[in-house]
Write a protein that binds this ligand. Structure first.
Ligand code: PAF
Length: 273
């Protein structure tokens, strides 16, 4: 497995010619089973697999969230090796951005203004900035993203449509732990009690999935969650995975989505309806 620590090394390798279809899995490291499953999909669907590891500063609004983001490069490299990754690209932010990292404002309607965008101002500007640079540098045929970050998938699809027609975006199923908590690199920051409280997110989504009155159930679950101590709800809603526009017509919904904070850790989850 090759490891490239600078953009110029990666570009040189690409210029030497990669044989076959190239699949790309972008990550911020702290790899878990969700990432491993993305790597397995990439392995199945491509001849050459590139994994990027970069904690991207421009997508963090909160300095402490950036500072506390887990960094486990040694462990990540072992997982990458095990999953048959051909090349790991792990530059510094300054190297990839070619200077001090910054991001332009992106306005693509509801997908970049509502839900996650509303609670994490500037987040998608940073995601678009870094993924745009990664797509340009790696120039892959396919790129794989997890559906846990469902709104991010919508944003990346728009980025590809507007600026990177060469890349096919493949979205992969959200992966849950045995207790049904959606896998996330941030989960390791949850206390034991916090983890138990966090399970309320997937419980609510399941209740909405099973209900014939989705609007009513969302209202019910919102009050139930609001009453739970230690759980700070940002939103619980039904959405269409493409438009992300806020509306009360369950016919247009593809998913129920939820975001909340537990132990100062922001958690998101969703379920296909
Ligand atoms: O989903 C993530 O881990 C990040 O948002 C991404 C796509 C790697 C960009 O930094």
């Amino acid at each position: 497995m090759k490891i490239f620590r600078t953009t110029s090394e990666l570009i040189k390798w690409r210029k030497e010619g990669v044989l076959g279809l190239l699949g790309f899995v972008p990550t911020m490291g702290a790899l878990h089973e969700g990432h491993a499953s993305l790597l397995r999909s990439a392995r199945k669907e491509s001849d050459v697999v590139v994994l990027s590891i970069l904690v991207n500063p421009t997508q963090f609004g909160d300095v402490s969230d950036l500072e506390n983001y887990p960094k486990t490069l040694e462990k990540d490299l072992k997982i990458a090796e095990k999953e048959g990754v051909d090349a790991v690209f792990a530059p510094t932010p300054e190297d990839l951005y070619g200077g001090i990292p910054s991001a332009d404002n992106v306005d693509w309607g509801a997908i970049t203004s509502d839900f996650e965008a509303e609670f994490r101002p500037g987040h998608f500007n940073g995601v678009v900035a870094v993924v745009d640079k990664l797509f340009t540098t790696i120039n892959s045929d396919k790129a794989f993203f997890g559906e846990k970050d469902l709104q991010q998938v919508a944003v990346i699809r728009r980025l590809a449509l507007l600026h990177h027609n060469e890349v096919e975006i493949v979205s992969c199923d959200l992966i849950r732990d045995s207790d049904e908590l959606a896998l996330s690199s941030r989960n390791i920051r949850l206390s034991r009690e916090g983890r138990t409280i966090a399970l309320e997110l997937s419980k609510s989504l399941k209740a909405i999935f099973n209900s014939s009155n989705k609007v009513g159930q969302i209202r019910l679950e919102t009050s139930r969650i609001d009453a739970i101590e230690g759980l700070d709800l940002d939103y619980l809603a039904g959405v269409n995975e493409v438009t992300y526009s806020k509306n009360d017509d369950p016919q247009s919904w593809t998913h129920a989505i939820i975001a909340a904070e537990v132990d100062g850790v922001r958690l998101i989850d969703n379920i296909r309806l």
